[in-house]
Design a protein around this ligand. Structure first.
Ligand code: NAD
Ligand SMILES: O=C(O)C(=O)C[C@@H](O)[C@H](O)[C@H](O)COP(=O)(O)O
Ligand code: ZN
Length: 371
């Protein structure tokens, strides 16, 4: 893949028939949010949902853009980070929508990272049995992954995203300039989902990341354009083929069986999502070797790339029993059996069950190696 052939402003389509939508990637797009909503036929009042950090950085610009297009705007702000992804905060957002008499035709705009996008999408899916919403993602994770595909929801103490709905946005409006204000830890965490796409679907993209990781980390213009576009293309293709995760979409969950268990065990405070996914990807690749699905060089390449991106890759101190119990809440569990996404080679994964005994043996081996 050559970075020089990548135009910065581009569009990717999520092909889902009447639920299909564009992903527009364009520097400066925040200033056009109002005009884009007009293009979608939005009328009346807009609910702009964001978190406290993003409100300070970008809400004035987006509110001005919406007002220029003739909209009345009601700003709804939640705390920053994973602690807002709860039923309690969902209730507070819904309270405001009710009190402010938002109507069925009112659009919600999710301005922020994956937390704001997942929470707003879920609120949009249930308020008046469904109001339209638009994603305006401002983190790497949100621009390459969470804003696309319609998985919305909130966490439960015992498991990640256990309460939610499939509900597609009307459009995804990506302004890559917003990434400039992200803390390094958040940029790095976002790269876990980017590396994931290489492992599950595109060996050339994985190789591109191996060769350009420092440019990507510096948010170099061409590298950023390449990463956002290719990630959105892969996600859009998978979602277009299997919207509700009947089968193929499960590949997007690579690294998440263990990753989500680690997030829940840390009460959603010790690891942020991308970090947990990075550890999960390396661990699940290593487990895939143990299960006989791939060779050790695959784990080595994934671990080396994660390390080069500055991601954590070692399992934290946690008991095997607690891990296994937390993994029972994975949405890929079928009749009590945990199904994992296992790399076969870079660019190809397979989905298969893992038994408790296999997990226990692998876990004991890893613990011994790291002792
Ligand atoms: N729905 C999906 O398909 C999907 C996919 C991947 C992840 N997710 C979910 O997304 C969440 C993680 O998303 P995230 O990493 O974006 O987390 P996040 O939404 O918590 O954002 C991370 C932090 O960055 C701040 N921030 C956001 N944009 C900023 C900017 N431009 N400049 C400075 N600071 C900014 C936020 O205030 C927050 O503190 C998790 O809950 C995960 O489960 C969902
Ligand atoms: O879009 C998907 O499908 C994914 O699995 C993408 C993941 O990166 C994302 O974290 C998703 O929210 C996980 O979904 P879940 O169904 O395991 O909660
Ligand atoms: Zn994820």
């Amino acid at each position: 893949m050559s970075a020089t052939t990548i135009p910065f402003s581009t569009q990717v389509t999520v092909s889902l028939g009447e639920r299909g939508y564009p992903i527009v990637i364009q520097p400066g797009l925040l200033g056009e949010v109002g005009a884009r909503l007009k293009g979608l036929g939005a009328k009346g009042k807009v609910g702009l949902v964001t978190d406290r950090t993003v409100a300070r950085l970008y809400a004035p610009e987006v509110m001005a853009a919406l007002r220029r297009a003739g909209y009345r705007v009601h700003l709804i702000t939640v705390p920053s980070g994973e602690r807002a992804k709860t039923l309690a905060w969902m209730g507070k957002v819904l309270d405001i929508l009710v009190k402010e008499r938002f109507e069925r035709s009112s659009f919600l705009v999710a301005l922020g990272g994956g937390v704001v996008g997942d929470l707003t999408g879920f609120a949009a899916s249930v308020y008046l049995r469904g109001v339209p919403f638009v994603q305006v993602p401002t983190t790497v994770i949100a621009q390459v992954d969470s804003s696309v595909g319609g998985k919305t929801g909130v966490n439960h103490r015992l498991g990640k995203n256990l309460i939610g709905a499939f509900y597609q946005p009307r459009a995804v409006l990506i302004d890559p300039v917003t990434l400039q204000t992200l803390p390094v830890r958040e940029i790095t965490a976002g790269l876990a989902e980017v590396i994931k796409y290489g492992v599950i679907a595109d060996p050339d993209f994985f190789q591109y990341l191996e060769q350009h990781i420092s440019a990507v980390l510096k948010l170099d213009r061409e590298a950023t354009a390449a990463v956002i576009r290719r990630s959105c293309e892969i996600k859009a293709a998978v979602v277009g083929a299997d919207e509700r995760e009947g089968d193929r979409r499960r590949i997007l969950n690579y690294g998440h069986t263990i990753g989500h268990a680690l997030e829940a065990l840390g009460a959603y405070r010790s690891l942020i999502h991308g970090e947990a996914v990075a550890i999960g990807m390396v661990a699940e690749a290593s487990l895939a070797v143990h299960l006989g699905y791939c060779q050790p060089d695959v784990v080595q390449r994934i671990r080396t790339l994660a390390q080069a991106a500055g991601l954590p890759y070692r399992l934290p101190r946690v008991s095997m029993e607690k891990m296994w119990t937390a993994m029972q809440h994975d949405k890929k569990v079928v009749q009590g059996t945990v199904y994992g996404v296992w790399p076969v080679r870079i660019g190809e994964v397979r989905i298969a069950p893992v038994q408790r005994d296999e997990f226990r043996q692998w876990f004991a081996r890893v613990r011994k190696e790291h002792a």
